[in-house]
Design a protein. Structure first.
Ligand code: DC
Length: 212
C-alpha cells in the first residue's frame, strides 16, 4: 500500500508520515528533505539558487545517506528549498527516486507537496494535511525554542505565509490537494489526535467505507 501525505509547510505532515509508517510497518520518505538537500548543496557552494544547471547537477549528485543532517531542518535551508523546488527540471530528475521508494515492498508513506498529484497519482490513500497558519507558526516556534534556537513567532508566521504562497503558485507541481485526497485539518488536534484521524481515514479507505 502507498500512502501519500501532502500539505503546506509546518503542517505536521512529516511527523504524521513517520507515525503512520511506524503504525503500518511501512517505510517513510519525507520528500522535503530531498529538496532541502539540493538547497543545502547550493548554499554550501555559494550558488545562485535559481541557477538551473547547478541545481540540476546538485539534484543528480544527492546522497540519501546525508538526509539525516540536522542542518537540513533549519529555516534558512527550508526557504532555499522552496526556491530550488520551483525549478521544473530539478523536480523531474527527482521523480524516479521517489517513485522507486514508493514501489519497494512492503509499502510506503511519502509526504510532501505533490505526492498525491504527481509522484504517486495512484496512491491507495491520499491525505492532505491543513492547519491554520497561525497555529503552524506557534508550533514551529515552540519546536525551535525546544531545540534551543532563537525564534520569533511573527517572523516564523511571515516565513510560512511566504512559503505557502510560493509553493502554491509555482508552475511546476504546485501545492494542492489531489481531487481524491481526504482533507485533515489538525488546527485543533494534537499529534496523537492527528495520527488517530489519519489512521481512521486509512482504515475507512481500506474497508471501502467513506471516511467521516
Ligand atoms: O516540507 P518541507 O518544509 O521540508 O519542504 C521544504 C520545501 O521543499 C518546500 O517549501 C517546498 C519543497 N517541496 C516540494 O516542492 N515538494 C515536495 N514534495 C516536498 C517539498
Amino acid at each position: 500500500m502507498i500512502i501519500a501525505i501532502d500539505g503546506p509547510a509546518a503542517s505536521g505532515k512529516g511527523t504524521l508520515g513517520k507515525r503512520l509508517a511506524h503504525h503500518y510497518g511501512y517505510r517513510h520518505l519525507d520528500t522535503g528533505v530531498i529538496y532541502r538537500a539540493v538547497a543545502k548543496a547550493m548554499l554550501d557552494a555559494g550558488a545562485d539558487l535559481t541557477d538551473e544547471t547547478r541545481a540540476v547537477a546538485a539534484a543528480l549528485e544527492l546522497d540519501p545517506e546525508k538526509f539525516g543532517d540536522p542542518v537540513l531542518k533549519t529555516q534558512r535551508v527550508g526557504d532555499a528549498a522552496s526556491v530550488v523546488s520551483a525549478i521544473a527540471e530539478v523536480r523531474r530528475v527527482l521523480v524516479n527516486f521517489q517513485r522507486q521508494f514508493a514501489a519497494d515492498p512492503p509499502g510506503a508513506v511519502l509526504d510532501g507537496r505533490d505526492i498525491g498529484t504527481v509522484i504517486c497519482p495512484d496512491a491507495d490513500v491520499k491525505i492532505f494535511v491543513l492547519a491554520d497558519p497561525k497555529v503552524r507558526a506557534r508550533r514551529r516556534t515552540l519546536e525551535a525554542k525546544a531545540r534551543g534556537e532563537d525564534a520569533d513567532e511573527a517572523e516564523v508566521l511571515a516565513d510560512i505565509l511566504k512559503r505557502d504562497e510560493r509553493d502554491r503558485n509555482r508552475a511546476a507541481s504546485p501545492l494542492k490537494p489531489a481531487a481524491d485526497a481526504y482533507l485533515l485539518d489538525n488546527s485543533q488536534l494534537d499529534i496523537e489526535g492527528g495520527v488517530r484521524a489519519a489512521i481512521e481515514i486509512v482504515e475507512a479507505v481500506r474497508a471501502g467505507r467513506q471516511p467521516v
